[in-house]
Design a protein around this ligand. Structure first.
Ligand SMILES: *Cc1c(COP(=O)(O)O)cnc(C)c1O
Length: 379
């Protein structure tokens, strides 16, 4: 099945009791049994819920994966992956991670004896120096947040597997419409479903997808044992959002490129980060592993001061100043004080994230209106 057909149909069967074409919101905590242990496959809603099952099957299908698991947030999904590890295990992660992921690694899991290395992976070979027999996991985001660095998934997967480790890819920024990490060699795909998969800024949720039976078993165990499961109403909302994922992503990509072109020709702009630009250091890899360049971009002003960046952010009218991304409406943000405030300033600057950087999540509005808002904010 092609992507658009899967977005509309995968995982969703007419409800067996009524024929309802949409999977109902099974708002229940438990399921009645005929006699002890004799039931219809459902015992308790932390373990299983039909609305969640439909969504998990849908997300797995979109990633060309065998198994999908949903969690109450993206971070709860990453938390589940790290909980598979043991003390003295090591993780090699890219160095411009989502701030919350960095915080989870450093401030929650380091104290349990797991060691994290943060590496610039613009060249996949850079990870070799950090790989050893204790390395159990390589964790990457591509495109990265907020500098839109591109990591070569196939190249990182090859090195990771040479050392017998697992490769996990946070595919939040690309969405499965633009990039399929499992097909490129990843063992685990993770999503902050909160972003493009949901697409309407009304749900917080996470997901893991894998083809491996052993990992699926562990994810199912941890999903139930730790219990960070999403509510059925939220699963319903995401099932609805996914039906237009391909259309939304096409619009995000078109608007993303139009606004990139507007900004690179604007006299007040310093630098623009978007993988569509041939000047982007990993443009060729983006072209190879992605179907489009996405709707996330960052820029700095020629006047590279924090004050000036804050002034521009305050002047936006159509772009809303808010954390998060991937919704139908356009957002602007200041990573240094918002999404990435949990990363120390020295670490941020080492990764090239200046305090004057502005990040845009381009929505699906008319590009002319978005450009008019940029024009007035920059004037
Ligand atoms: C938002 C985000 C997360 C965290 O997801 P939540 O749903 O907010 O917990 C992880 N990775 C990336 C790339 C994100 O943008």
């Amino acid at each position: 099945m092609k992507f658009a057909t899967k977005a509309v149909h995968a995982g969703v069967e007419p409800d067996p009791t009524t024929g309802a074409i949409m999977t109902p919101i099974y708002q229940t905590s438990t399921y009645v049994q005929a006699s002890p242990g004799k039931h219809k496959g459902y015992e308790y809603a932390r373990t299983q819920n039909p609305t969640r099952n439909a969504l998990q099957a849908s997300i797995a299908a979109l990633e060309d994966g065998k198994y999908g698991f949903c969690f109450s947030s993206g971070l709860a999904a990453i938390d589940t992956v790290i909980k598979m590890l043991n003390p003295n295990d090591e993780v090699v992660a890219c160095n411009d991670l989502y701030g919350g992921t960095y915080r989870l690694f450093r401030r929650v899991f380091e104290k349990y004896g797991i060691k994290f290395h943060f590496v610039d992976m613009s060249d996949a070979e850079n990870i070799r120096a950090y790989m050893n027999k204790n390395t159990k996991l390589v964790w990457i985001e591509t495109p990265t947040n907020p500098l839109l660095n591109i990591i070569d998934i196939e190249a990182v997967a090859a090195i990771t597997h040479q050392f017998g480790a697992l490769l996990g890819v946070d595919n939040t920024f690309a969405s499965p419409y633009l990039q399929l990490p499992l097909a490129l060699g990843a063992d685990i795909v993770m999503h902050s479903v909160t972003k493009y998969l949901s697409g309407h800024s009304d749900v917080v949720m996470g997901a893991l997808i894998t083809n491996r039976d052993d990992l699926a078993q562990q994810f199912a165990f941890l999903q139930n044992a730790s219990g960070a499961v999403p509510a059925p109403q939220d699963c319903f909302l995401v099932l609805r959002g996914i039906k237009t994922l391909h259309l939304r992503m096409q619009a995000h990509c078109i608007n993303g490129e139009k606004i990139t072109q507007y900004l690179i020709n604007h006299p007040k702009i310093g630098k623009v980060w978007h993988p569509s630009l041939p000047s982007h250091p990993n443009h060729a890899i983006a072209k190879k592993q992605m179907k489009g360049f996405g709707g996330m971009l960052s820029f700095t002003l020629k006047d590279d001061s924090v004050e000036m960046a804050l002034q521009v952010l305050e002047k936006f009218q159509l772009f809303s100043l808010a954390e998060s991304l991937g919704g139908v409406e356009s957002l602007c943000g200041h990573p240094a004080s918002m999404t990435h405030a949990s990363i120390p300033k020295e670490e941020r600057e080492k990764a090239g994230l200046k305090d004057s950087l502005i990040r845009l999540s381009i929505g699906i509005e008319d590009a002319d209106d978005l450009i008019a808002d940029l024009a007035q904010a920059l004037a």
